[in-house]
Design a protein around this ligand. Structure first.
Ligand SMILES: [Zn+2]
Length: 287
């Protein structure tokens, strides 16, 4: 038994550092296969019996000691070693250009409207080649999976949006689906107005009571002004859908329409995609 050597490919024999026969063959194969264009992540598929992890393989491919020095016998020819360094450099460049899964929020059509229905976080867009994929921004936190909501491709979202638009063209009444609490509130207002009218016409009216009711009416009207926002959006959405219907049979994604009528898109793990319109109406689509 000799001293332990941590450099793969070598061992001590009789106190002398030597190339290990079996390991040095692996080292040569690793360099040769990598130099033939196989990425580090796939070397295992090409070298039978290779049991070295990716990070270590990558380190090995840059380890100058394999070319031999005063302590380490040569396992790899300097020409092959240099060729491998060149290849590593090219690969790093190529990877840099591809920018796999890098967050590009600003340049994407769906902006900040995408939300995670499971954890409430924003969805972010990750670009991989031509593919734009949206994923919960809390999927990975410090390398750990914290949200397992689904990933979704941007093209799918656009398609579902246009399907929803098609649906609204056929059934514009769905744009007005959320009127229940507004009616209730309006009926409160109507009751109040009747009461105010009665007090005004009565000879025994106390001014303070009247002022109290007028004040209450003002605050109810103010609350309704929020609904006025909804009503405004409802009208606007109806107009836009109608226009779109008249103008085109187009099924391609319409960014202006999207920006004008969509408040949020919520993604759920079970495949539901909920489009919330600016007036609060929610439309559920399934992936
Ligand atoms: Zn999430």
């Amino acid at each position: 038994m000799g001293r332990k050597v941590t450099v793969y490919g070598y061992r001590f024999k009789d106190g002398i550092l030597q190339a290990d026969k079996e390991q040095s063959k692996f080292v040569q194969e690793i360099f040769n296969v990598y130099n033939s264009g196989i990425p580090v992540s796939r070397l295992k598929d090409y070298i039978e019996g290779l049991e070295i992890n990716r990070v270590r393989l990558s380190d090995m491919l840059s380890d100058k000691r394999y070319m031999g020095d005063e302590n380490f016998p040569k396992i790899i020819e300097p020409e092959l070693f240099e060729a491998v360094q060149q290849r590593k450099k090219e690969r790093r460049k190529a990877v840099g250009k591809e920018q796999p899964y890098i967050y590009h929020k600003e340049q994407f059509l769906l902006g900040d409207k995408m939300k995670c229905g499971e954890c409430g976080s924003a969805y972010h867009c990750y670009k991989h080649g031509e593919l734009r994929r949206w994923d919960c921004s809390k999927r990975l936190v410090k390398g750990r999976v914290t949200c397992r909501n689904q990933r979704i491709q941007e093209d799918q979202i656009k398609e579902l949006f246009m399907q929803a638009v098609g649906n609204l063209k056929k059934h514009p009444e769905q744009i007005r689906k959320i009127t229940i609490h507004r009616i209730r509130r309006n009926s409160r207002l109507e009751a109040l107005e009747r009461e105010i009218e009665m007090l005004k016409n009565s000879s025994t009216t106390e001014i303070e009571e009247l002022l109290r009711l007028v004040y209450k009416r003002a605050s109810l009207l103010y609350e309704n002004a929020d609904d006025g926002g909804d009503a405004y959006h409802t009208q606007k959405i109806e107009d836009l859908i109608q226009q779109h219907k008249e103008q085109s049979e187009e099924k391609t994604f319409d960014k202006d329409l999207f920006d004008a009528i969509i408040e949020a898109i919520t993604i759920y793990k079970d495949g539901r995609i909920v489009f919330t319109l600016k007036n609060g109406v929610a439309m559920t689509k399934l992936l």
